[in-house]
Design a protein around this ligand. Structure first.
Ligand code: OAD
Length: 249
């Protein structure tokens, strides 16, 4: 399996990686689903929708401040770091993430398509103008200097559109990909979950790295039932030590 994957890395020019909460799990960031997942402990419709924010912005901000604090204290893990080096093996490498934690950039990945926004950014709820001050007091939520709208976290909530240019680029690169990695995602939230399906239909070899099976598992050409922070560094080590005989054509 490792040799086959090394061969693919050596022979493919265009790769796309889609990550989800699982890649940050080994850094200590909770995932959404599963036993300890956030959506087992909190109700998404009360915290991550526009309706929730309009009804009770204080509670929504308290929850996001708690998550910011949690994410502020964590560091990239060997999985994030391995992806920085993996990028160097391809002519075109696109890293697409559903995560809002910023850990790919903290690891050193330069070009990251953040589908669901970034928890450390804020914007106006009405006109979407960015709001530079990062600390928000839930008892005194600031107002937009342009239109007076309340300031909200710059993340995508349920029922909202993804940033157009970001998702368009992600689909375009997925259509062109020769190799597509789906890493640490339950692959059930669309449109993100459509990216690997699109890539596969357009001819890419699909690799899934996830200890648990997902709706994508049956479609995957290679399934690695391991933690990303353990498997990805091993893959890099294998590539470095010359395992596999593939050549870029
Ligand atoms: P989920 O919580 O749905 O899924 C996390 C996945 O990571 C699961 O399939 C786990 O098996 C897997 N996993 C756990 N630990 C892992 C590890 N060490 N290595 C590899 N995989 C591991 O998270 P997402 O798929 O990211 O959306 O969720 C998608 C979206 O749903 C999120 O972006 C968020 C959420 O609601 C919004 O907030 C808009």
């Amino acid at each position: 399996m490792l040799e086959k994957l090394c061969n693919l890395v050596k022979s493919c020019h265009k790769a796309v990686v889609l990550t989800g909460a699982g890649i940050s799990a080994e850094s200590g960031v909770p995932t959404f689903r599963g036993k300890e997942g956030l959506w087992g402990r909190f109700r998404a419709e009360e915290l991550a929708t526009m309706e929730a924010f309009m009804a009770n912005p204080k509670i929504v901000w308290e929850w996001y401040n708690w998550r910011r604090e949690l994410m502020g204290g964590v560091k990239p893990n060997p999985g994030h770091l391995a992806l920085v080096e993996l990028a160097n093996h391809f002519g075109s490498f696109t890293l697409v993430t559903q995560n809002v934690d910023g850990l790919h950039r903290a690891a050193g990945s330069t070009e990251v398509l953040e589908l669901h926004g970034n928890i450390n950014r804020n914007k106006c709820v009405k006109c979407s103008a960015p709001y530079e001050e990062s600390d928000i007091d839930p008892d005194r939520i600031p107002k937009c200097s342009r239109c007076g709208g309340q300031i909200r976290p710059d993340v995508v909530w349920f029922g909202e559109m993804l940033p157009g240019e970001v998702i368009d680029t992600a689909f375009r690169r997925s259509e062109e990909a020769e190799l597509f990695f789906s890493i640490g995602t339950s692959a059930i939230v669309h449109p993100a979950a459509s990216l690997p399906i699109t890539a596969k239909h357009c001819g890419a070899t699909l690799v899934e790295i996830n200890p648990e099976e997902t709706p994508l598992s049956g479609l995957a050409d290679i399934r690695i039932a391991e933690r990303s922070g353990e498997f990805l560094p091993r893959l890099l080590e294998a590539i470095r030590s010359g395992i596999g005989s593939g050549e870029k054509g």
